[in-house]
Every structure is written in C-alpha cells, then in structure tokens.
Design a protein around this ligand. Structure first.
Ligand code: TRP
Length: 449
C-alpha cells in the first residue's frame, strides 16, 4: 500500500535555512521512498490570510516553487502544485465549512491568540480578525482531505490544525457517508530527528523573529547573516561549549558525523568564533552552493515554473475533480437530469410492482383489485356479473389511455366509456384523496423506456 504524504508551505516569505532543514529537505527525502505518494503544494490561499501585499505574495510563490525544485524535488514522482490552481479546494472548503462547528474553530490557537491579545489591549475581542483567519483550519482541512492524505508532515504549531481536519472529516463522513468513509483520517507527522533550527539570536529561526539565515538568495547574504549569529564572549583560545552554542546546532544540521565531531573538538580546543563562523559558511556553501545555482536558474525562467506548476495542478485535479463530484452528490448537489431519471426509475418500479388481482365476491360476482408496490389497495372494482367483463375492464385500465377519475366528496370514482368501474372509500380529506388518485395514476402510467 502506498502512503499519501501531503504538506504545504504558506507563500508569504523567502525560504530560509530553517524552512529548508525543517520542512523541505525531509519532505524531499520522504518522497523518494518507494511506497510514498507525495502531494506538496504552495499554500497561496493561506498566504492571503496573512498578507495583503500582492507583490510579496507573487514573489514568494515564485521563490518557494524554485526552492523546492532546486532542492531536488522530482515532479515526476510527486504531485507539486499551487493550492490556488485547484478550484476544488475552495469548493470543498465550503462543504466543510457547513459541517465545521464554530465552537471547534473558536478553540484554534491562532484565533485564540488574536482574541487574547485584543482583550488584553482592551479592544473588541475580534478586532482585526478576518473570517479568513477564523476559517484558516477549514481551508487547511480541505487541503488535506481533498487528497485523502495519510500523513501530514508539519511543525508542532500545526498539529491542532491536522486534528481539526480529522474532526471535520469525521463529521462529514458521519453525516453524508451513508456507511462510506469518504475521508481518510490524516495523521500529523512530526519528525523528531528533524532539526528545528535556531535563528541568529538562538530562538527558533522564523521570519516573525527576524532572525533567519537566507537559503538561496546569495552567498554574500548568507555570509552576512552568519556574521550576525550571537555567540558568547569567549575569546579565541578559550574553550567553547558546543552544546550551548546555536552556531554549533546550525553546523550539526548540515554536517556528516565526522565533520560534526571535528568541529566539536575544535571548539573545545578554543577555536575563535570568527573562524567558527567561517567554517559554518564553508559547510553551508558546499552543501547548498549547487542548489543555489539551480535556484537562480529557475527564478530567471518563471514561465518554465508556471508550466511545471500547471502540469502539477492538472495531475492533482485528476484526483480532485472526480472526488469532489462524489462529495457534491453526497450532500445533494446533483444534476436534475439524473434526478429525472431517478424519478422515472421509481415510477417504473412502482408500475412494475403494481398488480391486478381478480377475485369472486361472496355473491358470485367478479371483481378485481389494483395493489401497489407495498401491497396497499389502490383501486377496488365494482361488481361485474361476468368474469370476461371484469377482465376487459382491468385490461383497459392497463392500456395506458388517460384515466377518467372523478372526485365524489372525499372519495373518487374511476370510469371507462362512461361506466363507473370502481369507487374508492371516503378519505379523511381532499388532500388524502388526491394523493390516492396520484398513486393510482402513477401505478397505471404507461412505462417509458
Ligand atoms: N498552515 C501551514 C503552515 O503555516 C501550511 C499549510 C496549509 C499546510 N495547508 C496545509 C500544511 C496542509 C500541511 C497540510 O505551516
């Protein structure tokens, strides 16, 4: 069995070393496993929630796409696309929005953090909160459920969102599945071995802390950032503690065990921080230099990137389009054409199931009944003196000719050639009578093929 792995990166910034080591590199490694079926995408709809600068959105989409490809993503093996090229995702978002509990979304960490901040500042709790922010987890659930991902590699801050996707998916399955599990339950995949890289100041590397080391922009940018890594004040010659040095942690994330051991030893022996930084730069430049070249080639050919992403979108939609069709069907958004057929099928069934039963009454006269699908009596004939006349009347009723039905108070009578051939009992009211007439007409309606 293949494992479907799916993850997205929000396109609001330029990828940095932390994104690469924490998300892109492990995802590419995972995609090479023989049983992996990977879906990787640019979460550009999510970007709109956080950013209203069109140029930045556009630039970031290009940079993140180029980064994945330069880092070695094989688009023949994986499905690589932009979220916004898959209209089925927005459509599914709505279907899921209609089953997602508001209370569930009230508990989302990101939303709650905004509310807490507002309350603390004495503002309206929802000040500055858009529906995009509030519904962020529903859009993310659609990303995941659309492709029935088994595993979703994410950072710890996203675990709750994957849990919400499970919750919402389960609810949909329960409401509309009719025993079928439309959606697979996804698992968040937190790779323990994967480094959460520290930034220049030692906190988690993140663009919101402004402490990142750029990945592919230029060797000079990388060198400049490295020079700003905060270290302790030990002078060259003094022993350094590798285990409390985030410069060492950064080195470790890209080094072989042998390189790591050598660097550790050198620090213990008093390697100066300036020299240590230059060794870190050399390591990163060796590891990433080739990919940086490729990155700049991709950036210089945006039309090629466009083609690659559109091909990826077409591949993704081969899965999404038919699946969304089934989901629309499940919730009741169905073609009227099929509906007409369905009604005809029911009619046929009713017509087929209806049957005439003839019998002799106590006084020896001949009568017949028309029984509906469930055996309920739709019509009871009057008494005929001879069986032939009764048979003829029932045949004539089945001929498909227009039925002559006349209302008599809350009852009705059925006529053939101006002779009454049957009389109903009195119904409770006119509406019940009309329903009975309708059922009779339906049962006698000629079958259409
Ligand atoms: N919310 C994720 C983040 O900010 C990005 C994302 C969007 C995502 N849709 C996803 C990740 C689906 C995994 C699966 O990191």
């Amino acid at each position: 069995m293949t494992t479907r792995i799916l993850t997205g990166i929000t396109t609001t910034g330029t990828p940095h070393l932390g994104n690469y080591a924490g998300a892109i590199r492990p995802a590419i490694v995972a995609s090479r496993k023989s049983d992996a079926d990977s879906f990787y995408f640019l979460a550009d709809y999510h970007a709109l929630i956080k950013c209203d600068d069109p140029l930045r959105i556009q630039r970031s989409r290009l940079e993140i796409a180029a980064t994945w490809l330069a880092a070695g993503l094989d688009t023949d093996r994986v499905t690589f696309y932009r979220q916004s090229d898959i209209p089925e995702i927005t459509e599914l978002t709505w279907l899921l929005t209609c089953v997602a509990g508001k209370g569930l979304l009230n508990r989302a960490h990101a939303y709650k953090a905004s509310v807490d901040k507002n309350v603390e500042a004495g503002e309206d709790p929802d000040a500055g909160v858009t529906m995009g922010l509030f519904s962020y987890p529903v859009l993310m659930a659609a990303d995941i459920l659309m492709f029935n991902a088994h595993q979703v590699p994410v950072g710890r801050d996203q675990i709750q969102h994957v849990e919400m996707a499970r919750d919402i998916g389960q609810r949909f399955n329960h409401l509309f599945g009719n025993g079928r599990e439309f959606f697979v339950m996804p698992e968040a995949l937190i790779e323990e071995g994967v480094a959460t890289l520290p930034g220049l100041d030692g906190r988690k590397m993140s663009k919101s802390y402004d402490n990142t080391i750029p990945l592919f922009t230029s060797a000079k940018d990388m060198k400049d950032a490295i020079s700003r890594i905060v270290t302790d004040s030990r002078a060259p010659g003094e022993a350094k503690d590798p285990d409390t040095s985030h410069l060492f942690t950064l080195f470790q994330a890209f080094a072989t065990p042998a390189q790591e051991a050598e660097f550790r030893e050198a620090l213990l022996q008093g390697l100066g921080w300036g020299e240590a930084k230059s060794r870190l730069f050399t390591l990163l430049d060796t590891e990433l230099g080739e990919a940086r070249e490729k990155y700049h080639q991709f950036i210089a050919r945006p039309a090629d990137l466009e083609d690659i992403l559109l091909a990826g979108a077409a591949k993704a939609r081969k899965v999404a389009t038919p699946f969304l069709g089934e989901l629309r069907e499940a919730v009741g958004l169905r073609s009227f054409r099929e509906q007409a057929q369905a009604t005809t099928a029911t009619k046929k069934k009713a017509a087929k199931a209806a049957r005439f039963v003839s019998f002799r009454d106590e006084d020896g006269s001949f009568r017949f009944r028309l029984l509906g699908a469930d055996g309920e009596q739709l019509l009871l004939s009057r008494n005929f003196a001879d069986g032939k006349a009764a048979g003829q009347a029932s045949k004539q009723l089945q001929s498909g000719a227009a039925l002559d039905v006349r209302s008599e108070g809350n009852a009705f009578t059925v006529w053939l050639d101006d002779a009454c051939v049957g009389e109903s009992p009195a119904f409770a009211d006119a509406a019940t009578r009309d329903a009975a007439v309708e059922a009779l007409r339906l049962a006698l309606q000629p079958q259409q093929d």
